[in-house]
Design a protein around this ligand. Structure first.
Ligand SMILES: [Ca+2]
Length: 166
């Protein structure tokens, strides 16, 4: 009898766990209405100092998703993966052409106000100078590309061609 009671209690807890997981998913169609308003992605990167000395240690990268008027889309409680690539460039004129890949990495964006360039805090990724495989002969500025994958699987790409890379 004790065994049966244990089994029933265990089954109940298992079912309760499943029910809770289903209820916690924030992916109802209503909650993702904002996805349809996204018309473009935007990225910027600036050199940044994140330790105690006075020297900049690398670049901090911010992204935004924007509507057709280039106003930021406000999202939170969601995870959208981001591919980040940094290229050198030899172009002296605009638009700059990518030359050699010096950094490739991934990140996620979870909240528009933390990852957009609102306060200068956070960002999606800090990339240290030594993580970019630049050569002494490379130009100081390069091109950073991001690809953001939306919850519906659609991808938006953006670039910033005045990124300090060394
Ligand atoms: Ca520093």
């Amino acid at each position: 009898m004790k065994k049966l009671t244990f089994f029933v209690v265990a089954l109940f807890l298992l079912l309760a766990g499943c029910a809770q997981q289903t209820a916690g998913k924030p992916t109802t169609e209503e909650a993702l209405d904002w996805v349809d308003d996204i018309a473009r992605a935007w990225v910027v990167a600036h050199s940044h100092n994140w330790d105690s000395d006075a020297e900049d240690d690398g670049i901090r990268v911010w992204v935004e998703l924007q509507d057709k008027n280039e106003d930021e889309i406000r999202y939170e409680n969601i995870e959208m993966p981001i591919l980040i690539e940094v290229y050198t460039t030899e172009s002296k004129t605009l638009p700059r052409e990518p030359e050699r890949l010096v950094y490739s990495g991934s990140s996620v964006t979870r909240s528009w106000d933390k990852d957009a360039f609102v306060t200068g805090a956070n960002g999606i990724r800090d990339i240290a100078w030594e993580d970019m495989s630049t050569l002494p002969t490379d130009q100081t500025y390069g091109i950073i590309y991001v690809t953001i994958t939306l919850p519906n699987g659609k991808e938006f790409k953006a670039l910033y061609d005045e990124a300090r890379i060394k």
